[in-house]
Design a protein around this ligand. Structure first.
Ligand code: HEM
Length: 233
């Protein structure tokens, strides 16, 4: 299966190794003139959640519990960016626009950026850097345990995202970056368990369905690839 921390970082070969899910044949990834301005636009647009929080903070619109507002907003945006990052490969295959791959690393790093803001809000404003209290919380509340596990995995993927690390780690890089699937599952579990306590599962169900579709798509591609390889042998 094509690794999907390709999803977060790696450049893919111009021609995919596997048969696309649709008839559309991806054009080569490099060279498209629209890519650079589009990347700048995506970079700026991805700053919207941060700009919104800063604006709300400056204009006293963070509600009666600003820490909860910031924690929830950054948590939700982390999940949104995770879904967008995971959607790049299916979109590339379905539309045939290979240049979409050039947005993946940036989107993956934005996922990490919002996860870091989310974790920092918890660490700083919720727990005031009380390490003993944080360790206790991670051990005691399952939704915090899985959120923390997802964040630790995201750190590993972000640290190994530069091209130099891709070269250095070789095949191990691909194996490591498959952790993106685990991160997707843990993120949904984190959201689900948090909202289950509040009997409010609508959003976790919607995001869960999106995640199942994104990961299920990869599973189908993987099964097809294996069948093709077996037949060739
Ligand atoms: C990939 C990593 C993570 C993702 C995708 C994520 C996502 C989310 C989401 C979607 C929410 C709910 C937002 C809402 O109510 O609309 C949330 C809430 C929360 N998350 Fe995370 N999270 C992650 C990691 C973490 C970590 C590492 C911690 C702390 C150790 C954490 C602590 C919390 C807390 C305290 C809340 C708010 C609970 C409440 O208001 O009752 N999350 N997160």
């Amino acid at each position: 299966m094509a690794s999907d921390m390709q999803t977060v970082t790696r450049s893919e070969p111009a021609t995919p190794r596997t048969a696309p899910m649709s008839a559309a044949k991806p054009r080569p990834a490099g060279g498209a003139r629209w890519v650079v301005p589009a990347k700048v636009a995506v970079f700026i647009a991805a700053l919207y959640p941060l700009a919104r929080l800063v604006l709300f903070g400056l204009t006293d619109r963070l509600g009666s519990n600003p820490i909860e507002f910031i924690t929830r907003s950054t948590g939700l945006w982390t999940l949104v960016f995770l879904c967008i990052t995971l959607a790049v490969t299916p979109l590339r295959r379905l539309t045939g626009v290979a240049a979409l791959v050039r947005f993946r690393r940036m989107l993956g790093l934005y996922t990490f950026f919002y996860a870091t803001l989310h974790f920092t809000t918890y660490l700083w404003f919720d727990k005031w850097f009380d390490v003993a209290e944080i360790v206790k919380d991670i051990g005691k509340r399952p939704f915090i345990t899985v959120g923390f596990a997802a964040f630790v995995l995201l750190i590993a993927l972000a640290v190994t995202s530069p091209r130099a690390m891709v070269r250095k780690l070789g095949r191990r890089w691909q194996t490591l970056h498959r952790a993106i699937y685990v991160i997707g599952a843990l993120a949904i579990l984190h959201f689900w368990w948090m909202k289950a306590g509040k009997h409010d599962l609508l959003l976790p169900k919607i995001y869960g369905a999106v995640m199942i579709a994104l990961l299920g798509w990869r599973l189908v591609v993987w099964i097809r690839e294996r069948r093709t390889t077996t037949r060739r042998r």
